[in-house]
Write a protein that binds this ligand. Sequence first.
Ligand SMILES: [Mn+2]
Length: 193
Amino acid sequence: AGAACITLGGDHAITLPILRAHVAKYGPVALIQCDAHTDTWPDDDASRIDHGTFCYKAVQEGLIDVAASAHVGIRTVVADNLGIKIHDARELHLRGADAVAADLRARVGGRPVYLSFDIDALDPAFAPGTGTPVWGGLSSAQAAGLLRGLAGINLVGGDVVEVCPPYDHAEITAVAAAHVAMELICLWGWTRR
Ligand SMILES: [Mn+2]
């Protein structure tokens, strides 16, 4: 119907079946994944589904246009990122959110984009309620700058995942996640206004 789906999670494994559904409609998508981890660790067990391997499986299944995709906010190491560009958190701290957003806009061009935002892209100071926190992450202001700097991309869907309420304090993480979800809705609407 031309509507879009912004999904709230939950374990990052949910992105894999959601990507399959988007690819069935749009063909392979450019993936922008904001995350502390690339989630491209190898796993050839078809029966397994895991938040650390969903992106590996998405590449194996041909769901992602690898050359047009990027990982943002990464603070962990993977031996082989399957050709997906990494803008790690340090780069974002040094160059700023606007510069990285400009690179991302150039990379995705006019392709259909799926944006998956793992809340652990944020520093634990800004998102303590998550299962695998890593220090050195994005501030909420950097995340807002990054997402708003993407205005004009052809977003077709997205998600905000890995929010874990039992680990949260004063709803800090829930508030951050709600803002990210709102920005994703605005990104979708901006291009269709
Ligand atoms: Mn993740």
